[in-house]
Design a protein around this ligand. Structure first.
Ligand SMILES: Nc1nc2c(ncn2[C@@H]2O[C@H](COP(=O)(O)OP(=O)(O)OP(=O)(O)O)[C@@H](O)[C@H]2O)c(=O)[nH]1
Ligand SMILES: [Mg+2]
Length: 315
């Protein structure tokens, strides 16, 4: 009998959700950077194991964060993250081993346990990044915090799948494979919702825009990437080359100059790196043309949030 279900990947920004998704799929469907709040949407990734007859539908999500006093885009991102729990057979709540547990994790894990109808597992991530004794100390501390949360939420004990947290590094293929097998146990018997060779539900165009946006996160300073979006204006491919034209949307006039840089140097550098990323992703030559446009207030405008960031408003 076939198995199929949704696995939500949630947690605070920078916990390692997108990196883990890509590792679980052995493919890049979600963008990654060292800055928090890189992911803006729900990114769906499918892993089908024909031998085990199981299909895992992963949902990578924006990091849960405080949105009070911030532009509307933050509320839309948070809503997207929480909405991923609706259909999840299991929710993975990710905590970065190095950062450890915070008061926000207490809040969010509580919320996850209250809202989800499925199971919940706490994953301690990036365990390759620190020494073993730090992994041990941090994970036992997280264990204790998780137990406190579980004790405080009625019905949580039936939802949490094991006493201890599950440790994983996205950089270690065997651990990722083991995690996939572990998660498959929680998938209900059901027909597959995707074809066996499907990887994501997002069109190629969207992924290309994300790969360009990833460069903004990697190459621009601390604040700027958050107020930028990338709109893919055209996407044409023939047998030899893919031609992509895209516009970087900024929300202030002064930002335009920063993105373009001295004599266009910054924009050229962004374009070069983005093209390399696109060529790797598409497996062929890419011609990329980038423009910059100022659109004041887009971070607070429901119509523009939908157009530039594929985010829905809360009405
Ligand atoms: N060493 C190591 N670094 C990791 C691992 N997983 C993620 N990272 C790094 O942690 C940073 C954040 O990773 P992301 O995958 O973008 O984190 P995220 O949870 O998706 O972040 P948001 O989308 O901002 O919510 C990046 O610099 C990654 O390279 C891991 O298993 N090991
Ligand atoms: Mg992410």
């Amino acid at each position: 009998m076939k198995k199929c279900g949704y696995v939500a990947l949630v947690g605070r920004p920078n916990a390692g959700k997108s990196t883990l998704l890509n590792a679980l799929l052995s493919a890049k469907v979600s963008v990654v950077s060292s800055k928090p709040q890189t992911t803006r949407n729900r990114i769906l990734g499918v892993f089908t194991d024909e031998e085990l007859e199981s299909q895992l539908i992963f949902l990578d999500t924006p990091g849960m964060h405080k949105a009070e006093g911030l532009p509307r885009i933050h509320r839309a991102m948070n809503r997207t993250a929480w909405a991923s729990l609706e259909d999840a057979s299991i929710a993975c709540y990710l905590v970065d081993v190095e950062r450890g547990w915070t008061i926000d994790d207490t809040r969010y894990l509580k919320g996850v346990l209250e809202r989800t109808k499925g199971k919940v597992v706490v994953l301690v991530t990036k365990v390759d990044s620190v020494k073993k004794d730090v992994v041990f100390a941090s994970s036992s501390e997280i264990d204790n915090r998780v137990k406190e949360v579980v004790d405080a939420v009625p019905g949580a004990a039936e939802k949490i799948v094991q006493e201890n947290v599950y440790m994983v590094s996205a950089k270690r293929p065997q651990e990722v494979k083991d995690l996939r097998i572990y998660l498959a146990h929680f998938m209900p018997e059901a027909e597959w919702l995707f074809e066996a060779d499907d990887l994501t539900d997002r069109p190629q165009r969207f992924l290309c825009g994300e790969i360009i946006r990833e460069q903004l996160f990697r190459q621009l300073g601390q604040e700027l990437p958050y107020s930028c979006a990338v709109r893919v204006d055209s996407f044409e491919s023939d047998t030899k080359i893919v031609r992509i034209a895209a516009t970087i949307i900024v929300h202030r006039d002064t930002h335009k100059g920063i993105v373009i840089g001295k004599k266009g140097s910054r924009l050229r550098e962004i374009g070069t790196e983005a093209r390399l990323g696109l060529e790797k992703h598409l497996g062929g030559k890419v011609h990329l043309e980038l423009f910059v446009k100022v659109q004041e207030g887009w971070l607070d405008d429901d119509r523009l949030l939908a157009e530039y960031a594929a985010l829905e408003s809360d009405g």
